[in-house]
Write a protein that binds this ligand. Sequence first.
Ligand SMILES: [Zn+2]
Length: 157
Amino acid sequence: MGLTEKINRTDHLSYFEGQIPVEYVYTYGLGLEKFFRAIKDKGQFLASRCKACGVTYLPARSFCERCLGGIEDTVEVPGTGSVYSWTVVHLNMDETPKEEPAILALIDMDGTDCRFMHYLTGVKAEDVKAGLKVKPVLKAKKDRVGHIEDILGFQPV
Ligand SMILES: [Zn+2]
């Protein structure tokens, strides 16, 4: 294949195999950085409350999705909540069976107007019910890096 190639037959496409190294830096933004830093450093759940309309967001964010106003204030919330909905995951991303099924839940977070999606731990799928009270399980402080996986999951209170 030359530098330019006109494709006349789709059954004779050419291609290269190889790797293109791509480096990138992902930033959380102002609100999410506060949220993940509080989890990492203090094991706290930080929400943000819009003064204009009173909505409390978790994770914390820097603007209100309802009125689009800026939000600077953060408020600590307990990190507890109640299960709103859930599903049981039996396959890995590559469609191989999981060793143990995982329970992924949508959790109404106490003190906020938001739901949080995360894994349930320490409970069998058949024992999960809507309204089940749960609390977060965090990695040990020395192992936290400021990532959603610093939260191992939520377990029944
Ligand atoms: Zn607002």
